[in-house]
Write a protein that binds this ligand. Structure first.
Ligand code: ADP
Length: 609
């Protein structure tokens, strides 16, 4: 539709242009012919008027007529009349009927003017415009006649054959030019088309382009298309920029998180190795590098089997991969004798899942479980030992009791002995159970001190009385050293008794027969000090740092043959600590041991006087 309108408008402009052009040409031609006619008329009429009148009747008449006849045919001369002064024609060269159509006033004016005259008139009954040129003939200063010539200047047709030809040639050239210009412009615009098309291709993914609008590719349309494309491109650029910012932020967060994850992995007390599905190591943490004694670049991208040649682990991993189960971590316990001798590790395996829950690698972790293992062993030993410790007195009590009940012992002295033993074993059992209870209470944080005023001499005597029986049995002498005044304490008497009896009891237990023990009480300004010295088996350098550990007992056979649980000194040190005091040990094997308990008096003075 649009193209049709443009075509019609172009044609109208073209026709108007041709019309204006033809009219201009016609006017131009008309002007030039008029000028030409004027010159020719003036010339011819002047030329004829030069002849004396006699030439028009005599010998020259024929020559004049011949000459004028040429003009009649070629230059539009339609009449030439020579008249005498009375107006009678002496020579008349004219088309038939023409002379009769000349208006009388034109003839009259031509006959009576004295110079050259040109008159234009409309020939009667025609649309011809005639130009009449007239000039008087003078002979001997007298007017002897008049020459009149009429020229017909036929109207010039706007579309004469010649002009049509000219216009056709011009139209041909104009069309050729138009076609050339069109193709030139099209060629010149082709890069613009391509730019536009490229823009559209770039934009097409993100912004829909109104298709068909650029098909014919006019400059305006191209510019419009380019403008649209530029807008779309701008839109797309803004979108991409927004996405870019978003991605940069996400990348920053991810990097930060990744960095944090690596930091966390490096700071944990586990070894971690991450592999891809080809079992090449993609990540390893510092703990594991230390364990393997390797640098990161010696490990990353290397096959796991090269880095960690360990038969048990290799077999475990192949077994896990064969099972292809991703239902949580599986594990084995193993050791690395060459890398960490004496230490045990729990090696766990799990699959590393990608976003689509697909397996993208494996995670193998290594946890050092040496201390857990030791604790587990200690617990095992403890249960065995405690069971033994509990069973020993119970068995004695049970068998002695049965014998007494069955009246198997007649002897009164023996019976007394049996009752004493039952009593002692019961006391041992009670003390063991109490120790266990107290230790467990301390560990649970539920042991509360029942403090009161404790007279140190009473405490001293009570403790001594408890161990004296056993000491006498082994003929061990206990030397007492007391100050003149007996200071008082603000403390939990029962617990302090347990603590001091443990020390005194050990001195009796681990001193051979006929040994010596010194039990001493001293007072300082802020403290009361209990000291126990024996000349027994003593404690080795290896055992000494551990004697306050729970369940710790020396492996010295002279110690192990004695009943004991390894809880006494652990409980004692906790009780002293709860009272704000300190305990100290000094010992040498086969020379004896020295224990010192220092308790503050401060609370008593401050709060309870
Ligand atoms: P036990 O029940 O074995 O006596 P304790 O905690 O009281 O447990 O003592 C821990 C260990 O300290 C003992 O097994 C022993 O090896 C050592 N020990 C404690 N007191 C003495 C001492 N007076 N002489 C030698 N060894 C001692």
């Amino acid at each position: 539709m649009k193209v049709q309108r443009i075509t019609i408008a172009t044609l109208v402009i073209f026709v108007i242009g041709i019309g204006i052009f033809a009219q201009t040409l016609q006017q131009q031609e008309q002007r030039s012919r008029t000028l030409d006619l004027q010159q020719k008329g003036n010339y011819l009429v002047s030329l004829v008027a030069l002849h004396p009148m006699e030439d028009f009747y005599g010998s020259k008449r024929e020559y004049i007529v011949k000459t004028l006849a040429e003009y009649v045919t070629s230059d539009g001369l339609i009449y030439c009349i020579v008249q005498d002064p009375t107006g009678s024609p002496l020579l008349s060269l004219a088309h038939r009927d023409v002379v009769a159509k000349i208006p009388t006033e034109v003839e009259q004016r031509s006959l009576y003017v004295n110079g050259l005259i040109r008159q234009t008139y409309q020939m009667e009954g025609t649309d011809h415009t005639i130009s009449e040129f007239a000039k008087p003939i003078f002979e001997g200063g007298q007017r002897s006649g008049t020459v009149r010539m009429g020229f017909d200047l036929p109207p010039i047709s706007m579309f004469s054959l010649g002009r049509i030809k000219l216009m056709a040639i011009m139209a041909f050239f104009a069309f050729s030019m138009a076609i050339l210009v069109y193709y030139g412009v099209t060629l010149a615009l082709r890069p613009l088309h391509e730019v536009n098309q490229n823009f559209r291709n770039i934009c097409i993914d993100s912004v829909p382009v109104s298709s068909g609008s650029f098909k014919n590719g006019g400059v305006g349309e191209i510019i419009k298309g380019l403008e649209q494309s530029v807008f779309q491109l701008k839109d797309r650029y803004e979108k991409i920029q927004a996405e870019n910012i978003d991605l940069t932020t996400k990348y920053g967060v991810t990097s930060f998180e990744k960095h944090n994850v690596f930091n966390i992995l490096d700071s944990i007390n586990y070894g971690i190795i991450v592999t891809d599905i080809q079992d090449n190591i993609t990540h390893i943490n510092s703990y594991m590098l230390n364990l393997l004694d390797k640098k990161r670049d010696e490990v990353i991208d290397h096959p796991l089997s090269d880095v960690l040649a360990h038969d048990q682990i290799t077999a475990f991993l192949s077994q896990q991969e064969a099972l292809k189960q991703n239902s949580g971590a599986s594990y084995i316990e193993t050791t690395f004798p060459e890398l960490a001798s004496g230490e045990s590790f729990l090696v766990s395996f799990s699959y590393l899942s990608g976003r689509e829950e697909d397996v993208i690698g494996n995670v193998i972790s290594f946890k050092n479980i040496t201390s857990e293992k030791a604790a587990e062993n200690a617990k095992h030993e403890f249960i065995t030992r405690i069971t033994h410790e509990l069973l020993t007195p119970l068995t004695t009590i049970n068998s002695y009791n049965e014998m007494l009940m069955d009246d198997e012992i007649d002897n009164i002295e023996m019976q007394k002995e049996f009752y004493n033993t039952i009593n002692e074993e019961t006391n041992r059992l009670t003390s063991l159970v109490k120790n266990l209870l107290n230790i467990s209470k301390i560990e649970m944080g539920s042991l509360t001190l029942h403090k009161g005023l404790v007279k140190s001499d009473w405490l001293f005597d009570d403790c001594l009385t408890t161990v004296e029986g056993a000491a006498q049995k082994k003929k061990i002498t206990i030397e007492r050293n007391l100050p003149d005044s007996f200071p008082s304490l603000f403390a939990d008497k029962e617990l302090l008794k347990v603590a001091i009896i443990n020390i005194l009891g050990n001195a009796v237990k681990y001193t051979p027969e006929n040994g010596h023990i010194q039990f001493m009480l001293t007072e300082q300004e802020d403290f009361i000090i209990f000291e126990v010295t024996d000349d027994g088996y003593g404690i080795s350098k290896e055992d000494l740092p551990h004697v306050f550990d729970k369940f710790y007992r020396s492996t010295d056979p002279r110690v192990t043959e004695q009943t004991g649980s390894g809880l006494g000194l652990a409980l004692t040190s906790e009780i002293v600590r709860l009272h704000g005091g300190e305990i100290e040990v000094n010992s040498k094997p086969d020379e004896g041991s020295y224990f010192k308990i220092r308790l503050p008096k401060e609370e008593y003075y401050l709060g309870k006087q």
